[in-house]
Design a protein around this ligand. Structure first.
Ligand SMILES: Nc1ncnc2c1ncn2[C@@H]1O[C@H](COP(=O)(O)OP(=O)(O)OP(=O)(O)O)[C@@H](O)[C@H]1O
Length: 245
């Protein structure tokens, strides 16, 4: 299966215990790959590195097999992302924001209007088409960010805590969008703190702790929470032993 994303031995060290400290991870076409970890584990930093928003000290990122610094500008239009704050120009309304997102992602001019209408409908934003992004509720801003990330049918989507602020209907729409885009061949890297939710949409779950990917969890596992904390405890104990040696 084609590889959408490959991260190898990525390091971005903010301190001896903070940042990304040697992380490797792959996302294949058709795969929803979830990244879970406690606050401060390094998930956002790793995702920012994938998108070129932070520079790695060492290690490599390949998108579609191409090293990050050689990914052509046009290929970035095939990457959807939602990191930190949802994409939106605050003084522009929802429909116009989505139209801009579609054009930035090189949706053909003649298809922009229909693409935007479909996205508004899909993400439940139709009642808010004329509302300025700045005055949208938090959840609807998140929906707008997700609509923008998916508007052009990306080959790779990188989503940091995409359920943040979403109501149950939004979570279902997101889950279906992840599955649908993966089934059409996209690779999806998604971080989350909600283990039960992750188990519903992920094909693979990687656990991150103190800057490293320490293990995988089986999404079909029966007690993910217990397994997750057991892995963290083991890893922390191991690191304590190494520190004392
Ligand atoms: N620009 C920065 N300068 C210094 N330290 C940073 C910087 N960005 C992140 N860090 C630190 O790196 C560590 C990892 O942060 P990061 O935001 O990647 O974690 P996270 O797993 O996404 O956490 P959360 O679940 O809380 O979003 C944290 O200790 C954070 O304080």
């Amino acid at each position: 299966m084609a590889e959408r994303l490959a991260i190898t031995d990525a390091v971005r060290e903010y301190s001896a215990d903070a940042g990304v400290l040697g992380a490797s991870l792959h996302v294949a076409a058709g795969e929803v790959h979830a990244l879970i970890g406690l606050n401060g584990a390094g998930k956002t930093t790793l995702m920012r590195a994938v998108l070129g928003m932070v520079r790695l000290d060492s290690g490599t990122v390949r998108i579609g097999g191409v090293p990050l610094d050689r990914v052509p500008t046009a290929a970035w239009s095939r990457v959807g992302h939602l990191i930190d704050h949802p994409f939106a120009y605050p003084d522009i309304d929802t429909r116009s924001n989505l139209a801009i997102a579609a054009r930035l992602r090189t949706v053909p001019h003649g298809e922009v209007a229909a693409t935007v209408e479909a996205a508004l409908e899909y993400w439940g934003l139709a009642p808010y088409t004329a509302v300025r992004a700045a005055t949208l509720s938090k959840g609807n801003r998140q929906r707008l960010g997700l609509a923008a990330a998916f508007v052009a049918g990306p080959d790779l989507a990188v989503l940091d805590e995409p359920t943040d602020g979403l109501d149950p209907a939004g979570v279902i729409a997101l889950r279906e969008a992840l599955r649908d885009h993966a089934d059409r061949g996209a690779g999806v890297l998604v971080s989350s703190h909600h283990l039960d939710e992750v188990a519903r949409f992920a094909d693979r779950i990687s656990v991150m702790n103190h800057g490293r990917i320490i293990a995988a969890l089986d999404p079909a596992g029966t007690d993910l929470e217990r397994e997750f904390f057991a892995l963290l405890l083991d890893d922390d104990a191991q690191r304590d032993l190494e520190a004392q040696a």
